[in-house]
Design a protein around this ligand. Structure first.
Ligand SMILES: Cc1cc2nc3c(=O)[nH]c(=O)nc-3n(C[C@H](O)[C@H](O)[C@H](O)COP(=O)(O)OP(=O)(O)OC[C@H]3O[C@@H](n4cnc5c(N)ncnc54)[C@H](O)[C@@H]3O)c2cc1C
Length: 404
């Protein structure tokens, strides 16, 4: 169990730690030396970095401070299923190109699976200088436990400064296991990443306190610095002329590893319907609809446009749409070509899910609704009036086209 230790000889009683502590866990004792209340302390380490006299340390936690300068480069875990790379791997590599340039260090990808060698060329197109490859029949079905074991070993061997993962169902299960094995930090669901060039630290920004503030999180004492990012937060962009990359083939040695779970069978996703995260056009509805029957207008318009229905959380809570269609902080992050927001106010928790859309059309009866601030076209009006008109117009336009 970790605890904060204050060196009485080094502490000058300056009080910096007291003002840095968010939990009121520190005070000066009668001798003018800082003391910590263990019941209140969350071991957040704010006092450790704030103390100008290096009088505060954490006992009981592995501290790799001594060798952190040995960690270099940025890695992206390239998730694949059945040999098909997940788009989030390309999105992360695209974003990490700038991070590695700012850090002045290599960008690498890690690929684990069976018969995945051909995927290495794809990763190279997105800027990976090195690709670490585990290719073995025992890895055909991705198992977080086995993959975490291999990743932790690989990280210990090559010491990357930063490792990024997609916040997919698999990535969300994999990354914390690796963080726990390596006793390092992990920032989940980042929406922005950058490099503090002076301190060579990854700045990991994500919504906090219900999305009301954006928190930038650092991992200054442990390595590697690790973050997950949800699909579609970053755009993917291949390089026109990528440099040649090194493919480093790693031996899969699982002799000393006994996983607690064995996957017997993987059942494919049966629903063949277009998913909101894959749709190029999304017609999303919010609490501006008075009932389910009215909300059905979004489906009618989406079907006409070959798109998919999205929803705000208020619409999901009202039972108008199901959770897989929810867009936002606790729903999907999407980046369609066209996003039509109908009766949606534009709360920050909704915007983080759709603000990367190429073109945003908003329909709202309140001219001051926040959604208009990010809309390319804003229509002030009642959804029950505007949507039927829009649907009629599109229908008659399609009929005319068919007649020609
Ligand atoms: C931790 C946390 C996570 C969250 N995650 C999400 C998330 O993932 N996704 C999400 O969407 N929200 C999320 N929320 C909720 C979010 O804060 C908002 O409450 C929600 O987005 C509001 O949905 P809404 O805009 O549909 O409803 P409202 O805020 O009720 O807005 C309805 C809008 O419709 C307009 N309107 C009303 N009648 C009409 C009409 N007849 N015609 C046209 N316009 C009309 C109103 O002017 C208003 O702007 C989260 C909140 C928290 C705290």
């Amino acid at each position: 169990m970790a605890r904060i230790i204050i060196d009485k000889d080094l502490c000058t009683g300056c009080g910096s730690c007291i003002s840095a502590c968010l939990y009121d866990a520190l005070e000066l004792n009668d001798d003018g030396v800082a003391v910590v209340d263990a019941d209140k302390c969350n071991i957040c380490r704010a006092c450790v970095s704030e103390c100008p006299f290096e009088a505060i340390s954490v006992e009981g936690a592995q501290n790799i401070k001594d060798d952190k300068d040995d960690y270099h480069g940025i890695w992206v875990y390239a998730e694949q299923w059945d040999g098909k790379l997940h788009d989030v791997a390309f999105e992360l590599l695209t974003e990490a190109r700038q991070l590695s340039a700012d850090l002045g260090e290599d960008l690498s990808a890690v690929l684990i699976g069976h018969n995945v060698k051909s995927d290495a060329a794809e990763l190279n197109k997105f800027g990976a200088n090195n690709i670490y490859l585990f290719d073995d029949s025992t890895l055909a079905i991705p198992n977080e436990e086995t993959y975490a074991y291999l990743m932790a070993d690989l990280i210990t061997k090559y010491k990357p400064a930063v490792v990024l993962y997609g916040a997919t169902a698999f990535g969300r299960s994999l990354a914390p296991r690796i963080a726990a094995k390596l006793n390092t930090g992990l920032t989940a669901d980042c929406t922005f990443l950058s490099i503090d060039k002076e301190r060579k630290l990854l700045q990991q920004t994500r919504p906090a306190f219900g999305g009301n503030v954006m928190a930038t999180i650092l991992c200054p004492e442990h390595r590697p610095q690790m973050a997950t990012v949800r699909p579609k937060v970053f755009k993917k962009e291949a390089l026109s002329s990528p440099e040649k990359c090194n493919v480093i083939i790693e031996t899969v040695n699982l002799n000393d590893f006994e996983p607690k779970s064995h996957i017997i069978e993987v059942v494919g996703f049966q629903n063949k319907e277009l998913r909101v995260e894959d749709a190029e056009i999304v017609v999303a509805g919010g609490a501006g609809f008075a009932c389910q029957e009215d909300f059905a207008l979004t489906k009618e318009l989406a079907d006409l446009l070959g798109g998919c229905v999205g929803a705000s959380r208020a619409a999901v809570d009202a039972g108008y749409a199901s959770h897989p269609n929810q867009v936002g902080q606790t729903g999907k992050v999407i980046a369609p070509k066209i996003y039509i927001a109908c009766g949606i106010a534009g709360a920050i928790q909704h915007l983080v899910g759709m603000e990367n859309s190429d073109f945003i059309i908003a329909i709202n009866n309140d001219p001051d609704a926040s959604i208009f601030q990010i809309a390319d076209i804003g229509i002030v009006g009642d959804v029950k009036v505007v949507l039927p008109k829009l649907i009629e117009k599109i229908k008659s336009h399609k009929a005319k086209q068919l007649a020609v």
